[in-house]
Structure formats: C-alpha cells, structure tokens
Ligand binder design. Structure first.
Ligand code: RB5
Length: 143
C-alpha cells in the first residue's frame, strides 16, 4: 500500500514521526512536506495529498496540522475524498468500517504520537463493511 503524507508547520514533526513508523512497517511512503517550522498554508498541503489519491499514485493519505481540523476541512472540499479526524480509537475503527475513509487527519499540537500510531494501526486492520454504507457514501459527492 502506498501512503501519501503531508502537513503544515503545526504538524510537520508528527508527520515525520508517522512517516518513520510506516517505513519501519514496510509501507511505501510518499512525503509531500512541509519539512520545517516555517509558516505555510494547510490547504496547499491537503491539495498535494488529494492529487496523489486522484491520480491513484497513492492508496491512502495522512494529513497533519495543528489541530487536524483545518487540513481535514480542506481535504474534504475535494470530490471523492473522505477525510476523517481520528480523535479516538473507536473513531479510527469506524472511519474504516463505516466511512471507508481515504485520508486520515491528526493534530500535531493536540494529540500524542503514541495515540496517533495506535489509531493508524487500528484503521489499517479494520475492514470496510459495505452494504448500507455504500448507499451513504454515494450520497456524499454533490455537485
Ligand atoms: C496553524 O497555526 C494552525 O492554524 C493549523 O495548523 C491548524 O491547526 C488549522 O486548523
């Protein structure tokens, strides 16, 4: 599985820790920045991950900003994107089972790295349930 990661300045340290973790687990990781504490705009980095998903150059996206909120809002403006802010372990599981999320969002200033890595593991181990959820996902993209 190819995973595209990006962050703003509020999330770049956590993004780097996530990348290291995923590489250690043999995932194919594409790091799209940012790579310093210099101020940047989170929609630009959400866009980089969205682009990799839309061209199928990545199977899953991970985005980090200070709270995870701005970057999840930005990603969800794009058609076909289901970005989920994984604020607890239960949500990490249901984001896959019910929402079939394709972008995971985290808060670099609001979450602990050990919790984030655990939630990534929970999400990756979960299976999308389909069925009634297919109907709901089809209703998400409105022109
Ligand atoms: C940047 O200071 C901060 O606003 C951003 O990282 C994020 O928390 C926005 O939702």
């Amino acid at each position: 599985m190819k995973i595209a990661l990006a962050a703003d300045h509020g999330g770049f340290e956590m993004k780097n820790q996530i990348a290291q973790y995923l590489i250690s687990k043999n995932f194919d990781v594409v790091d799209l920045g940012t790579n310093s504490s210099d101020s940047v705009d989170y929609p630009d980095f959400a866009q980089k991950v969205v682009q990799k998903l839309s061209t199928k150059e990545a199977d899953l996206g991970i985005l980090v900003c200070g709270t995870g909120i701005g970057i999840s809002i930005a990603a969800n403006r794009h058609k076909g994107i289901r970005a989920a802010l994984l604020y607890d372990d239960y949500v990490a599981q249901v984001a896959k089972e019910h929402n079939n999320a394709n972008v995971l969002c985290f808060g670099g200033r609001t979450m602990k790295i050990e919790d984030v890595l655990k939630r990534i593991d929970i999400f990756l181990a979960a299976k999308y349930e389909g069925g009634r959820h297919d109907r709901r996902l089809c209703k998400l993209d409105i022109d």
